[in-house]
Write a protein that binds this ligand. Structure first.
Ligand SMILES: [Zn+2]
Length: 285
């Protein structure tokens, strides 16, 4: 029997991808690691919201989550915490996890080590002073990370959190139904889903995300998914011993091919993310 070449290719890719997943699952949390996925054997997902707090959208999202009895994770921009302190407190009061998303949301690849440290520390300070929470979760702006950024985050006691499913609500205006349509097909066990409740540009609207959220929640609930926070998904509250899949540990030594395959398997539509990851993986940085 003659096996078509593309079939052999597909088998090889699947094998390598499985190997990549197996390898990644064994790596413990160490310096230079980005978590972007939870345990694929459990029907759990984590909703994450970036760039808030930002009113009225964050409060609207909080009410939707409350009515669905869901806890999520919010990655806060320090400057927005300064503008909406009550909202930041409400996120915590409602039982959600929060993470540091820097103070001014710069692309950290293009600023000095001192600047990176300052962004992390300023974000941390205002989050702590406002909410009383000392978070250990860090998501770099644009989820763009390299060794230098990772080291600063790790040195400051942070675990760096990526994502595996993008709603693509972060760019141009997009209809709520479209956001749900883009997001849902790629959700699988352990997915970390990226949404936005805020912006750095004053006066921006997140109305589409607010409207898309109930659609996403409804569908995922019908599919039997449970919603958890990032610390619950990755079991990283206090200990780093279990759970979590890792995007890369060291861009220099990591096998780029495996990462590409893994990206593709997790979400074939993640071209932007792949681009960013590739860009960040460049030895230039
Ligand atoms: Zn952001």
């Amino acid at each position: 029997m003659k096996i078509p070449i593309f079939a052999l290719y597909a088998i090889a890719i699947t094998f390598m991808a499985n190997q990549a997943l197996a390898d990644l699952s064994r790596i413990e949390n160490k310096e230079g690691v980005v978590y972007y996925h939870g345990d694929p054997s459990k029907k759990r997902v984590a909703l994450t919201f970036d760039d808030g707090p930002y009113e009225p959208y964050t409060s609207e999202i909080l009410e939707i989550l409350k009515s669905n009895d869901i806890k999520a994770t919010f990655f806060l921009i320090g400057d927005n915490v300064k503008d909406f302190p009550e909202c930041a407190k409400r996120i915590v009061r409602y039982g959600h996890a929060i993470g540091n998303h820097t103070f001014y949301h710069p692309d950290l690849r293009f600023i000095s080590v001192l600047g990176i440290r300052r962004e992390i520390n300023r974000g941390e300070d205002i989050i702590f002073k406002t909410t009383g929470v000392k978070t250990s979760l860090f998501r770099p702006p644009y989820t763009c990370v390299n060794e230098r950024i990772n080291r600063q985050a790790n040195n400051s006691g942070y675990t760096v959190i990526g994502w595996s499913v993008s709603s693509k609500d972060g760019g141009k205006k997009i209809k709520p139904e479209k956001i749900a349509e883009i997001t849902l097909p790629y959700v699988k066990n352990g997915s970390i889903i990226l949404l936005h409740d805020g912006d750095r540009i004053k006066g921006s609207s997140r109305l589409e995300t607010v409207k898309a959220l109930p659609l996403i929640i409804k569908s995922l609930k019908e599919q039997g998914y449970h919603f958890v926070t990032i610390p619950q998904l990755l079991r990283i509250q206090g200990t780093f011993d279990e759970g979590g899949f890792l995007l890369w540990r060291n861009p220099i030594f990591y096998d780029k091919l495996k990462i590409d395959i893994l990206h593709f398997l997790c979400n074939p539509s993640l071209l932007a993310y792949k681009y960013l990851a590739d860009f960040c993986l460049s030895p230039v940085f």
